[in-house]
Design a protein around this ligand. Sequence first.
Ligand code: NAD
Length: 428
Amino acid sequence: MATSTPPDVVVEAEDEDDILGTARKQLERAAAHVDVDPAILERLRYPARVHRVSIPLERDDGRVEVITGYRAQHDNVRGPFKGGLRYHPDVTESECVGLAMWMTWKCAVMDLPFGGAKGGVVVDPKSLSEAETERLTRRLAQEFRTIVGPDHDIPAPDMGTGGQEMAWFMDAYSMQVGESSPGVVTGKPPVVGGSQGREEAPGRSVAIITRELLDYYERPLEDTTIAVQGFGSVGANAARALEEWGATIVAVSDVNGGIYDEDGLDVAAIPTHQEQPEAVARQAETTISNDDLLTLDVDVLIPAAISNVITATNAPDVRADFVVEGANGPTTAAAESILDDRSIPVIPDVLANAGGVTVSYFEWLQDRNRRRWSLERVRNELESEMTTAWSAVAREYAAGSALTWRDAAYVVALARLAAAHEARGLWP
Ligand code: NAD
């Protein structure tokens, strides 16, 4: 089918290396390996919808400020839109669209019955009192009233938001619709319908995928050294699980720097970002910079803090045998191509940290069924979903010539999305 120039409502990438530019390039690469109708491909380059809202916020001193919020809904052919809601001063519309695209691939590679979305509010959450954050969140739920819902679009915590914001959002939405609706958001506190094991899930999935990766390359976990950048929800939970399973964690860091011990750290004794913010290197004798951590001679490097930390500048110096992406987008496209030339496999974020959205799916199921799962059940089901996804991607990787691990994950996702679009029809 012929395709034409997209409509001007479509958001353009700010530059080709921003998140949206990267997400589109990754789609093009995968498309070269999948037999997909060009019209479907063209559809997937753009969000289905982007909502922009102006939120009046009364500050504690009585002033009213108007704050901008976005919700980008990329694709819902496989199920309701799903994705985080961030509060950050640098949020842009284009970033939300790129992150929404990543959510579409992530849900498809995990075979979850969800599409992709992402929302953001342009605000520094540290500048808000608790009461202001509550007012902002409740008013946001009102602004998004008609575009979210348990069968429509299900937000979750992201940068600058957490369980409390989700509880307020759920409460406001429930009041608006006149019934208790816990399934409208995930990542809630367990007392209001949140799932056991949601907090540890993205880090735990990083650990499971690292274990499967090492097994694939026939490298015993007990003989493996690992460096982890970022010691928050993702990094600390990954490091603690891998240590428990026998790996040696030699370095971890937070925003202020890291600690290193070639014989292995006692990871359980290091405070996580949630336990004591930015305290990783506070009492350590041997500290290390974040830049040096990325080039340590280890078996596995897990960047689990922020985006774009492995770049064309430091990729030639990376000495790890494998990179497993804990954060979203820690490796730039240029860096990945250098690592590929150097035969250093990079396991992509859309697979490795997908435990977060997977346990969000479990939470949504529990809310809809008014049932509670034990932590043991959540962990068992997560293990099963992650190893199934790993096997699908590994099969594609082993079958395809010159595919990177990211290409293989995208091929799996794109094939599923294309099949769903074929079955439903594009209705142009
Ligand atoms: P977090 O806030 O719990 O922890 C972040 C950690 O990174 C902290 O230790 C912080 O000190 C450190 N850090 C911040 N800036 C840094 C810098 N410039 N250099 C080194 N360290 C730095 O965050 P999180 O929830 O663990 O998220 C980390 C990454 O994982 C983000 O990219 C996030 O988008 C992604 N992610 C999170 C989830 C989730 O559900 N938490 C799910 C999937 C992906």
